[in-house]
Design a protein around this ligand. Structure first.
Ligand SMILES: NC(=O)c1ccc[n+]([C@@H]2O[C@H](COP(=O)([O-])OP(=O)(O)OC[C@H]3O[C@@H](n4cnc5c(N)ncnc54)[C@H](O)[C@@H]3O)[C@@H](O)[C@H]2O)c1
Length: 382
């Protein structure tokens, strides 16, 4: 192969590592997956055995001169420390969302990445998938006319969070700083919004934590029925203006789960209903003015669970010298949006965002399925 696969390892062998390890091993030829680690050694051992890779410690990964890229699949509260260690060791870093808990941490990580001349970007990468890329195509081609407004309504009750017997930290990570619904599920919506429209200009809104104290629900948990403290916003209503002039509203709560999630772009000639941006192959619908609501055919590749596509895209960028589709700047902007929203809620003011980013290069639809599909990542035309 002309392009040598990028030797890659994973830190954090928890729940989502399964999808990643599968795809890094089998779906993307540009990745050479060598090992995984976890502070809970047994988790890394189990995943290493399942995927035929090495069970390593973090230190072994970071000191291995052959490993070029490391994925940080730890939970949000560990992202900063682990990404800092990866970047400081001179390796490219792909982190799960969000990149860290504060903008100060993000700035520090970027500084290290620049000093070490390595790449650093964050998930979600679902917007590179079939459904979300088709949606971008619909908007870019003017099929709903000129976009005017965006409507996002997102809910996911906290009782839906799966409970392990013993893993108290992950279980309630959505109730903790950096893991709450605007960061966790909200991240998917914000990234797809920004993928389609580019940067946000300003935001205002209300944000609060309902029921800051609540009990552990799982009778198997050692602290069953004892209270724990929620330190992340779980109910948000906001309005925003995009740099391109489109207005939008965002309603998010993890205090209910009965509302169907809505992601809708309304234009002068019709509206587009996007699928859940946490998924790859969701159906999308278009309603032209005065016409029936129709399912729009998915025209782009990667409709199966393809997490890891962002890391594979970065690996292609490393080998060919072009930028990643997932940029640091875009991940930072999404974090800045949430922080601005929290600030607006406190101050009662509309907050202008300080940063901008380039819209990511769309994924080509040249190859729809089969193993040639990866060529769509190699192709890079703005
Ligand atoms: N679970 C999902 O469905 C899902 C989907 C998409 C994205 N994500 C994102 O992926 C990330 C991980 O989520 P998850 O559900 O797999 O969490 P998880 O808690 O199941 O896994 C995280 C793992 O990281 C390990 N870890 C923590 N600190 C570490 C350190 N310093 N060194 C090595 N290992 C460490 C933990 O022991 C744990 O096994 C989060 O950012 C989450 O938002 C999760």
């Amino acid at each position: 192969m002309k392009y040598k696969p990028v030797k890659t390892a994973v830190i954090g062998s928890g729940m989502i590592s399964d999808t990643y390890l599968h795809n890094l091993k089998d779906t993307f030829s540009i990745i050479d997956l060598v090992g995984c680690s976890d502070i809970v050694r047994e988790k890394a051992e189990a995943q290493a055995e399942k995927y035929g890779i090495r069970c390593m410690t973090n230190e072994e990964i970071l000191s291995d001169p052959e490993i070029e890229m490391v994925l940080n699949l730890t939970y949000a509260s560990a992202h900063y420390e682990v990404s800092k260690a990866i970047l400081s060791s001179g390796k490219h870093c792909y982190s799960e969302k969000m990149m860290c808990l504060t903008l100060e941490e993000a700035n520090e990580l970027k500084k290290i990445a620049d000093e070490k001349n390595v790449r650093f970007c964050t998930a979600p990468d679902t917007f590179l998938g079939a459904s979300q890329q088709t949606s971008r195509y619909v908007v870019d081609k003017g099929l709903i006319g000129e976009p005017v407004t965006v409507l996002i309504c997102l809910s996911r009750g906290y009782h839906m969070i799966k409970e392990d017997k013993d893993d108290a930290v992950r279980k309630y990570s959505v109730m903790r700083e950096g893991g709450g619904i605007p960061y966790d599920m909200g991240g998917y919506y914000l990234h797809q919004l920004m993928n389609i429209f580019g940067p946000v200009k300003q935001v205002c809104g209300f944000s609060k934590t309902r029921n800051q104290t609540r009990p552990y629900l799982n009778p198997r948990h050692t602290k069953f029925n004892e209270d724990f403290f929620v330190n992340t916003p779980n109910t948000i209503a906001s309005a925003f203006e995009l740099e391109c002039g489109v207005y939008g509203t965002l309603l998010i709560s993890s205090e209910h789960s009965t509302v169907e999630n809505v992601f809708r772009i309304i234009g002068t000639e019709g509206q587009l209903e996007l699928g859940d941006p946490n998924e790859f192959g969701e159906k999308i619908y278009i309603t032209k003015n005065g016409s029936e609501r129709l399912e729009f055919p998915i025209s782009h590749p990667y409709s199966e669970g393809s997490r890891g596509i962002g890391a594979a895209d970065m690996a292609w960028g490393i080998r060919t010298g072009r930028p990643n589709r997932l940029s640091f700047e875009m991940g930072y902007h999404a974090l800045e949006f949430i922080k601005a929203l929290e600030e607006s809620s406190k101050s009662g003011k509309t907050i202008r965002l300080n940063t901008k980013f380039e819209r990511p290069c769309p994924i080509s639809s040249e190859y729809y399925n089969g193993t040639s599909m990866e060529r769509n990542l190699f192709l890079y035309q703005q």
